[in-house]
Structure formats: structure tokens, C-alpha cells
Design a protein around this ligand. Structure first.
Ligand code: NAG
Length: 367
């Protein structure tokens, strides 16, 4: 049982910018406040699992990506928890009301803690809220739960829901000197795990990816049920962005020559794809979602280096305070330049921050 690990999350205290008691989230304009819900529960083997969704391919931002349930604040009065619970309800139908969940399904969602904010590639602050599905009535059978818990994915927002063992995100254990060369517990379910060091605008950044089979015998019953409700909703799209029909046609023609150098720009671009060698359908958890779950796994299963703050509170605070960005609802020209920047030569955080501050941040996020 992983139950002792829940205590590690309870004891974790988020470190905000400049050790402030308040997160930078509360200082930003409402439109820059995003919140995600990390819904944890115990799987049948006693492993801690996390609920993930595949975003609808019709969404404007991050279409088809695997993400945590969540979204943008509606107004300045909404707390990070309220945003995350509301969005989780809108996307996958899990009620915002614990009273309702308790009366109808025999569980409540305990709000455990939050993590510091993460910076999204679109210059919003993402606040992860960690909750645990607490079945106070162990009498309720899984069959009953599946029957009662008429969860449904909202086709406009998400196209599927699934879960993964949190422990699989404990990779790499320490970012190694070489990419990916690092000991970590063997995966319970992940097929592939990788990590690469990159830079964004001159700031060190990790690109991590965790690949899971879509057909998973270990999936919990109530999520299996949801999956079968939602698979027909959207045509699945493969790595190239083709629908399955188009992809089938293409498979009959010779494959294009393999690129020599690893091109990371398209990496994990779609959350759902088929592996080119085995043709198995997989989910690719990468980007911010992968980084947040990696950090949470280190809190739960190892001793995170207490000198290294998790998340990007300091960076966001500097961008806001010293860089004069993230002040308005719409993206500034400088922000857009940074979003599109592929190298420091184009444009970097050094161009909007004082030199000493840029150096401090580079050092802070050194991997
Ligand atoms: C199911 O779980 C077992 C035990 O953790 C693991 O060995 C197996 O590979 C898992 N199956 C899949 C499809 O991930």
C-alpha cells in the first residue's frame, strides 16, 4: 500500500516566490491564473494513481494533449481550488460538491495541498491542487460505483480520461549528467520514459516524456467504463496529425527517410498516437503535465532536494515584477516573442530582465 506516502504530500509545504506566504498566482491578472487538479486514488494493487485527460483536438490551446483536469479562473474571487474543481466538473463530470459525492458515491475528495506555480508556455501561472479520493464507505463495491458514478467526458473539452501510477513519474531520480542516464525504480506501467535538458529563452528547462499504453489491464473499473463511453467520440489522430484513415493509406506508401538529428520541436506534440514499431495506441504525457507529476512523485517517493524549489514561482515573479510582463489579459509583443523563441539568439528572458536577475534565475534553475 502506498498509504504512508500520502503523509509525505500532507507534510509538503509549497515554497512561494521570495518565501512569501502568498503564491504569485494571486497577484496576476485573472486571465493569467490557471489551476489544475491532481486527483489521486489507490488502484487495485494499492498503488497511488493519478487521473489524466486527453484534451479535445478541437480546442484552440494544446489540442489533443494529455493534461490534468483544469483551466482558467473565471473571476478574481475564485480560489485556485474552486477553479480546479469547477474545471474538473466541466471536463469529466466529477461534482464540485463533496456533500454530493459523499451522498451519491460514498467518497469525498480531500484537498491535501498545492504546489508552487508553474509557468505555462503561453505565459500563464499554473497552480496544481492535489486531492485524494477518500472512500469513507469501503462497503461500496466497485460495480456499484461504476454504476452510480455516471461520469462523462464533455466532448467539447476532453475526449478521454485514464489513470497512471504516480510512481512511474519518478524518473529520472536525479537529472543526470547525460540525458536520461540515471537510475530510477523500474516502471509499473510506463512503456517509455525520457528526459532531456533544453533551454527556453536562456533558462534551463526539462523536457520529460512518459508513454503509456491506452489499452491497460490495470486501469481501474470506473475509468475503464468511462473510456468505453468516450473512445468513439473522436477519431484518433496519429503522430503526423492524420486521421486513422489517412494514416492507413500512408502506411501503404514507403516511409519518409528518418531524420538524422532528434527534432524536439514536435516532440509529443499530440497526446495520443500509435507507436511506429508496434502500432500500439499510446498516450504521451509530456510538457508541463509531465513536469508537475515528476515533481509530485519526488515529494511522495523520494526526498526532494530542499535547496531546489519546485515550480517556477521565482521566474514568474521576476517576469511580472522586474520584466513588467504578465500584467494584462492579452499577451504583450515581448511575451509573444518569447513564446515563439527557439533560441536565446532570437530573444530570451535576458532581454526583458536585468542582467543580475537573469543570472540569478539561470543559476536557480540550473540542472
Ligand atoms: C499491470 O501491473 C503490473 C504490476 O504493477 C505490471 O507488471 C504490468 O506491466 C501492468 N500492465 C500494464 C499493461 O501496464
Amino acid at each position: 500500500m502506498d498509504s504512508k506516502y500520502l503523509d509525505n504530500i500532507k507534510q509538503y509545504k509549497p515554497v512561494n516566490y521570495l518565501n512569501s506566504s502568498l503564491s504569485i498566482w494571486h497577484k496576476l491578472p485573472v486571465a493569467r491564473r490557471l489551476s489544475v487538479f491532481i486527483l489521486l486514488f489507490f488502484g487495485s494493487l494499492g498503488e497511488l494513481r493519478v487521473v489524466l485527460t486527453k484534451r479535445s483536438t478541437k480546442l484552440r490551446n494544446f489540442p489533443g494533449h494529455i493534461s490534468l483536469p483544469g483551466g482558467k479562473a473565471d473571476n478574481g474571487l475564485e480560489s485556485e481550488w474552486q477553479v480546479a474543481r469547477r474545471e474538473m466538473f466541466e471536463e469529466i463530470g466529477i461534482s464540485e460538491s463533496n456533500q454530493y459525492l459523499k451522498e451519491n458515491y460514498g467518497f469525498v475528495i480531500d484537498h491535501i495541498t498545492t504546489l508552487p506555480c508553474y509557468l505555462s508556455r503561453t505565459f500563464s501561472a499554473v497552480k496544481p491542487c492535489i486531492g485524494f479520493m477518500n472512500f469513507d464507505n469501503p462497503e461500496i463495491s466497485e460495480v456499484e460505483l461504476i454504476h452510480n458514478l455516471k461520469l462523462s467526458v464533455n466532448p467539447g473539452e476532453s475526449s478521454s480520461v485514464f489513470s497512471c501510477p504516480l510512481k512511474d513519474f519518478l524518473y529520472p531520480l536525479k537529472e543526470g549528467l547525460e540525458d536520461g542516464v540515471d537510475a530510477a525504480p523500474s516502471a509499473l506501467e510506463a512503456l517509455l520514459r525520457s528526459s532531456h535538458r533544453v533551454k527556453w529563452g536562456g533558462i534551463p528547462w526539462m523536457l520529460r516524456s512518459y508513454v503509456f499504453l491506452q489499452h491497460n489491464e490495470n486501469e481501474t473499473g470506473w475509468l475503464k467504463e468511462m473510456a468505453s463511453l468516450s473512445t468513439s467520440e473522436e477519431e484518433s489522430v496519429d503522430e503526423s496529425g492524420d486521421t486513422e484513415d489517412e494514416a492507413a493509406k500512408k502506411r501503404q506508401s514507403p516511409p519518409p527517410p528518418k531524420r538524422q538529428k532528434k527534432d524536439l520541436s514536435n516532440w509529443g506534440r499530440l497526446g495520443s498516437r500509435r507507436l511506429s514499431d508496434t502500432n500500439e495506441k499510446v498516450y504521451d504525457v509530456w510538457g508541463l503535465t509531465a513536469n508537475i507529476l515528476h515533481d509530485l512523485a519526488t515529494i511522495v517517493y523520494s526526498n526532494p532536494d530542499s535547496n531546489k524549489a519546485l515550480g517556477e514561482e521565482e521566474l514568474i515573479h521576476s517576469i511580472w515584477d522586474k520584466g513588467g510582463q504578465m500584467k494584462e489579459k492579452s499577451r504583450s509583443d515581448l511575451e509573444i516573442a518569447l513564446i515563439e523563441s527557439n533560441s536565446v539568439k532570437d530573444f530570451g528572458f535576458g532581454d526583458i530582465l536585468p542582467r543580475t536577475e537573469f543570472n540569478r534565475l539561470k543559476n536557480l534553475y540550473k540542472i
